[in-house]
Design a protein around this ligand. Structure first.
Ligand SMILES: Nc1ncnc2c1ncn2[C@@H]1O[C@H](COP(=O)(O)OP(=O)(O)OP(=O)(O)O)[C@@H](O)[C@H]1O
Length: 918
C-alpha cells in the first residue's frame, strides 16, 4: 500500500485521481457516480492479496472466470491505466542549465571574460552569443535524441493475457485492472500484482529485491506470516516468470503495485556514452587543447609581428573560439538518434543509441532457424507410420493425429508446431476441443527445450511428442500396421532413422509421437514417460521467408558470416540453410552433443575457419559458449534468441536480437535490438543503417575539420612575414564562418543517403576510430591545403590589383576588400568541401549531384548568410567587410569546383588502388 504521506497523482484519460493511502478519491467524476465509486474503490484498494482465492474474489468482486469487458472498462476509467507515472530525473530548465556547465562552455566563458578585460567588448558579446546559441542547439538536439529513444516504447507495447468475458484475450498491459484474471507462462513479464489461483511458477524477483535466484510460487500455498514479497502465493508486477505456468487474480495495478510503491521503474538508469561518443569527446578535447595552445602561441608572435596587445589578444581568443568543436557531440548524438528512429520504422527497435554504431561493425550473425529464417507457419506435409508413409485417409493416421493434437497446449494461438498438429487433426475429421482437452488432462509435462519433448497425461493414457532421438529411446514398443504392439528392434530403429533422414534432407521438421495406455496416471515425469509405444512420425514444412535469401547474400557481400544455431535436427536445418544460401557445399553440422565434447581450443579453431556452421540440437548453454568463443576471437556478434534460456547469450552478444512477435518478454528485456517483424532480413537492414550512420558522422567531421587549415594559414602568413603581410582574416570573420555559414551544411551531411558499395565492403574493424589518420589527412592535408592555397591566392590577388607592396602598406578599403576575399574564399571552398564530403570513396556522380536536398538548402543558407555579411552596410561595419565586385566574384567562382575536383581525383585514385569501380 502507498504510505499516507506519499501523495501521488496519476493522470488517466483526462481525469485525475488523488491517491492517498487506502483511499482513492476521484477528483472529477464525469459519467460515474462518484459516491458509489469511492465506496467501491476504498474496498478494492484495501484488498489483501494473501487471502484465500474465494475470499479474494468476493473482495475484488470478480471470479475465476475474470471480468466482463464492460466492468473492466469501468474499473479502468476509475483506477487509471496500469502504468507507472514517470518521474523525470531532470526537468528541462535543469537540462538547459547543464549545457552552460559543460567544460567547453566554461572555456568559452573564460574567453569572453578575457576579451572583455582585453578591451574588446564586441568580441566578448560575440562569444557570449556563441555560448547561448550553442547551449540552445545542444539542448534541442539532446531533447530530440531522448524523445527518439523514449518513443521506442510505443513500438514495443507490453501485453497481457487476461480472461475477459470468459475468454482469454491479448490486451495491452496498461488496460489491466484489479479483478482481472491473467495467465502467466514461462518467459512472461508479469504486469500487475496478483495472487495465484492456479498452477505453479518460478519467478525472478530481482527487479524488486535484487535477488537473482528465482523463487517458487504456487496457488496452493497457505497463508504464512512474513514479508509481502516472500508470500508464496503472490506474484508481482515487474517480475519475470522463468518457469511454469498459472493463473492469477490481479489485486493491484499501476502505482498501487509494489513496484509502483518502490517506483523502481521510474528511475531510469544512467545511459552509458557510446564508444563513438567517447571517441568524439576525446577528439573534441584534443582539438580544444590544440586550439588553446595555438591561441596562446599566437599572442607573443602577434605582438612581435606588430599587432599590438589588444588585437593580438582578440585574435587569439577568436582562434580558440572558432576551433573548439563544441557542437560536435550533440550533432553526433542526434545522428545516432535519427538512426534509431529510422531503424524503428524498418522493423528493428534498438534500445541503446550506441547499438547503432555497433551494428555497423557486425562481423558475424548467429541466427536461429524457426521463425527467423523460416516463416514459422508449419503445415504437416507427411505422415509416417511404422513400416511406411501413409496418406491422410489411413485410419491409423487419425490415431496418430489425435494423439499428437491431444499432446498440445495451444488454443487459437500458440506454438506454430502445435497449431499445425491441431489443424491436422481437424483436417482428418477429428478436431480437438481445446477447452475439453485442458479440463480432462490430469498432468502436463511441458515442452522442455533441453529434453526436446513434451507429454500430457490424459484420461486414456500418456501422449508424448518431440524430437525423434528424444522420444524413441523412451519407447519399448511400436504400433505395427495391424494395431499390435511389437518390440523396438534394430530394424525398426533403422527404418525410423531412414525416414527421418529422408524428410530432414527435404527440409522438413520431424516429430515423433508416442503414447501409452495407463490407469491411474503417475504424477511424475520420469514415470509417465516410460514404456511408450511409438505411433509414428509427422513431418512439417516451414518454408523460408521471402527476402531471406536476398538478405543472406547481401550479408555475404558485406563480409558478414552467418552461423545457424537451432534446436532443430541437423539435416533439416542444413537444407533450410541451403535454400537461403547459408554455408558452402557440404555444410558443416555440429550437434549439441558434439559441441559439449569440444574443448575451447577446438571450438575456437572451428569458428576461426571461414566456413559457416550449422549448430543443430543446440542448447542455450551451447549458444552462450559459441557467443563467447566468437567474441574471444575478436568478432562482433549479433545473436538472435527468443526463449527464456536465451537471455544470457543475448546479453553477452554485442548485439542481442530478440523477436518482437514470437519471443518471450525475458528475451526482449535482455536484447539490445528487438525485431518487430521477426525477420532475418531486418537484421541485415539494421547493419546497413548502422554503417550509414557511422559513415555520415565521418562526413560531417571531415567537413568541419577541413576549414581549420585555410583559417590558420592566413595567421601563419602574417606571423612568418613578421607583420609585412597584413593579417588576412579578422576574428569576427572566422566566427561568422565557423558558427554561421557552416552549421546547416554540416547537419545536412549527417543525413546523407548510403553511398553505393556500402554493403560491399568488409565490416569496419571495431578498433577503427571515427576520426582516424586517413580522415585527418584528407581533411587537413588535401581539402584544407587546396582551400588554403586558393584562399591566399584570392587575398594576394586583391592586394596586388590595388597596387599593394610590403613596404607601402594598404588603405583601409583595400584591406577590407582583401579580407572579405579571404572570408568569401573560405566559404566558397567549404561549398566544394561539402560536396566532396558526401562520399567516402564513391564518385559524386554515383549518388547524384543534387540528391541531398537538405544540403542544397544548407548551401543556399550559407550563401545568403555570406552575402548579407558582405553587402549589408551595418553588417559590413561589424564584420569589417566590403562589397565585392564582379571581378572578385568571377575569381571565386571556380573555388568550389577546384576543391571538389581535387577530392574527386583523390577518391578516384583510392578506388583504383582498391580495385573497386563505384
Ligand atoms: N511443441 C513441441 N512439442 C514437442 N516437441 C517440440 C515442440 N516444439 C519443438 N519440438 C521439438 O524440439 C526440437 C527443438 O525445438 P526448438 O523449439 O528448441 O527449436 P526450433 O524452434 O526448431 O529451432 P530454432 O532454435 O531455430 O527456433 C524440434 O526440432 C522438435 O523436434
Amino acid at each position: 500500500m502507498l504510505p499516507c504521506n506519499a501523495r501521488t497523482q496519476i493522470a488517466s484519460q483526462g481525469r485525475r485521481t488523488l491517491l492517498c493511502g487506502r483511499a482513492t478519491l476521484p477528483v472529477q467524476g464525469r459519467g460515474v457516480n462518484s459516491e458509489v465509486m469511492t465506496e467501491t474503490l476504498t474496498g478494492l484498494d484495501a484488498v489483501d492479496g494473501r487471502r484465500p482465492p474465494q475470499q479474494l474474489f468476493r473482495d475484488l468482486r470478480t471470479s475465476a472466470g475474470g471480468l466482463g469487458a464492460r466492468d473492466a472498462a469501468r474499473r479502468l476509467a476509475v483506477y487509471g491505466p496500469n502504468e507507472l507515472s514517470r518521474k523525470h530525473a531532470r526537468t528541462w530548465p535543469g537540462e538547459l542549465l547543464a549545457q552552460f556547465t559543460q567544460p567547453l562552455a566554461v572555456l568559452l566563458m573564460l574567453a569572453a571574460v578575457l576579451a572583455w578585460l582585453g578591451g574588446t567588448p564586441e568580441l566578448a558579446l560575440a562569444v557570449v552569443a556563441v555560448i547561448l546559441l550553442n547551449a540552445a542547439f545542444a539542448f534541442v538536439q539532446e531533447r530530440q535524441a531522448e524523445r527518439a529513444v523514449e518513443a521506442l516504447a510505443a513500438y514495443l507495447p507490453s501485453g497481457a493475457r487476461a480472461l475477459r468475458d470468459g475468454r482469454i484475450a491479448d490486451i495491452p498491459a496498461r488496460d489491466l485492472v484489479p479483478g482481472d484474471v491473467i495467465e502467466i507462462a514461462e518467459g512472461d513479464r508479469i504486469c500487475a500484482d496478483g495472487r495465484l489461483i492456479e498452477g505453479t511458477v518460478s519467478v525472478d524477483l530481482s527487479a524488486l529485491n535484487g535477488e537473482s535466484v528465482p523463487a517458487g510460487r504456487t496457488a496452493d500455498a497457505r497463508f504464512a506470516p512474513g514479508p509481502l514479497l516472500e508470500a508464496p502465493e503472490l506474484v508481482f508486477s515487474g517480475t519475470v516468470c522463468v518457469a511454469g505456468q498459472g493463473r492469477a487474480v490481479v489485486t493491484h495495478t499501476g502505482m498501487h503495485s509494489e513496484i509502483g510503491r518502490i517506483a523502481a521503474l521510474s528511475q531510469r538508469g544512467k545511459t552509458e556514452p557510446s564508444p563513438l561518443e567517447r571517441q568524439v569527446r576525446r577528439a573534441t578535447w584534443i582539438i580544444a587543447i590544440a586550439a588553446v595552445a595555438a591561441g596562446a602561441a599566437f599572442l607573443p608572435i602577434g605582438v612581435v609581428a606588430g599587432l599590438g596587445w589588444a588585437a593580438a589578444i582578440s585574435f587569439s581568443i577568436g582562434l580558440i573560439v572558432a576551433n573548439v568543436p563544441e557542437g560536435l557531440l550533440p550533432t553526433i548524438t542526434l545522428a545516432l538518434a535519427a538512426g534509431v528512429r529510422e531503424l524503428a520504422r524498418r522493423g528493428a527497435v534498438v534500445k541503446r543509441l550506441s547499438a547503432v554504431e555497433t551494428l555497423g561493425s557486425t562481423t558475424v550473425i548467429c541466427t536461429d532457424k524457426t521463425g527467423t529464417l523460416t516463416e514459422n507457419r508449419m503445415r504437416v506435409a507427411r505422415i509416417w507410420l511404422p513400416g511406411s508413409e501413409v496418406g491422410p485417409d489411413d485410419p491409423r493416421a487419425r490415431d496418430l493425429a489425435s494423439a499428437a493434437a491431444r499432446c498440445t497446449t495451444a488454443n487459437d494461438t500458440g506454438d506454430p508446431t502445435e497449431l499445425a498438429l491441431l489443424r491436422l487433426a481437424a483436417d482428418l475429421g477429428i478436431p480437438v476441443n481445446t477447452v475439453e482437452r485442458d479440463e480432462a488432462r490430469t498432468a502436463l509435462h511441458a515442452f522442455d527445450a533441453r529434453l526436446k519433448r513434451m507429454s500430457t497425461v490424459d484420461p486414456d493414457g500418456v501422449h508424448t511428442k518431440g524430437a525423434v532421438e528424444s522420444v524413441l529411446p523412451l519407447c519399448t514398443g511400436v504400433r505395427a500396421s495391424d494395431g499390435l504392439i511389437v518390440p523396438v528392434t534394430p530394424e525398426v530403429r533403422a527404418d525410423v532413422a531412414s525416414a527421418v533422414d529422408r524428410y530432414a534432407n527435404a527440409g522438413l521438421r520431424v516429430l515423433a509421437v508416442a503414447a501409452r495406455q495407463l490407469d491411474p496416471a503417475p504424477p511424475d515425469r520420469a514415470a509417465a514417460e516410460r514404456d511408450l509405444h511409438l505411433l509414428g512420425l509427422v513431418a512439417m514444412v516451414d518454408p523460408p521467408r521471402a527476402g531471406v535469401a536476398g538478405a543472406v547474400s547481401a550479408a555475404h557481400r558485406a563480409g558478414i558470416r552467418i552461423h545457424v544455431i537451432t534446436g532443430d535436427y541437423g539435416p533439416t536445418a542444413a537444407e533450410i540453410a541451403r535454400q537461403v544460401g547459408i554455408g558452402g557445399e557440404g555444410r558443416r553440422i555440429v550437434t549439441g552433443e558434439q559441441l559439449d565434447h569440444m574443448s575451447e581450443a577446438e571450438l575456437d579453431a572451428l569458428l576461426a575457419e571461414p566456413d559457416e556452421v550449422i549448430f543443430a540440437r543446440s542448447s542455450p548453454e551451447g549458444k552462450l559458449q559459441i557467443c563467447e568463443a566468437l567474441r574471444a576471437g575478436g568478432q562482433i556478434v549479433a545473436m538472435t534468441g527468443d526463449g527464456v534460456n536465451d537471455a544470457p547469450a543475448l546479453r553477452h552478444a554485442d548485439i542481442g536480437v530478440a523477436m518482437g512477435r514470437s519471443g518471450t518478454d525475458v528475451a526482449r528485456e535482455a536484447a539490445t535490438m528487438v525485431l518487430t517483424d521477426d525477420n532475418f532480413a531486418t537484421i541485415v537492414r539494421a547493419v546497413d543503417a548502422g554503417r550509414r550512420v557511422f559513415d555520415n558522422v565521418r562526413k560531417f567531421v571531415l567537413y568541419i575539420f577541413a576549414h581549420a587549415v585555410p583559417e590558420v594559414v592566413p595567421f601563419l602568413v602574417f606571423a612568418l612575414s613578421g607583420g609585412a603581410v597584413p593579417l588576412p582574416l579578422t576574428v569576427l570573420q572566422i566566427l561568422a564562418i565557423d558558427l554561421g555559414t557552416e552549421t546547416l551544411p554540416a547537419l545536412a551531411l549527417g543525413r546523407e543517403r548510403a553511398e553505393p558499395g556500402l554493403m560491399d565492403r568488409p565490416p569496419r574493424s571495431p578498433r577503427q576510430g571515427v576520426i582516424d589518420k586517413r580522415l585527418l589527412l584528407r581533411a587537413w592535408g588535401l581539402l584544407g591545403v587546396v582551400s588554403a592555397v586558393l584562399v591566399m591566392a584570392g587575398y594576394f590577388w586583391t592586394l596586388w590589383r590595388a597596387g599593394w607592396h610590403p613596404d607601402a602598406g594598404v588603405s583601409d578599403h583595400v584591406y577590407r576588400l582583401a579580407t572579405t576575399m579571404t572570408f568569401a574564399g573560405i566559404v566558397a571552398c567549404q561549398i566544394g568541401t561539402a560536396f566532396a564530403a558526401r562520399t567516402d570513396r564513391a564518385a559524386l556522380r554515383s549518388i547524384g549531384l543534387l540528391s541531398n536536398r537538405l544540403l542544397l538548402a544548407g548551401i543556399a543558407f550559407e550563401l545568403a548568410f555570406a552575402a548579407a555579411l558582405i553587402y549589408v552596410p551595418p553588417l559590413q561595419e561589424i564584420f569589417g567587410t566590403a562589397a565585392l565586385g564582379p571581378a572578385h566574384l568571377a575569381f571565386l567562382l571556380p573555388f568550389p569546383v577546384l576543391v571538389w575536383g581535387a577530392d574527386e581525383l583523390y577518391r578516384w585514385r583510392r578506388r583504383k588502388a582498391d580495385g573497386t569501380r563505384s
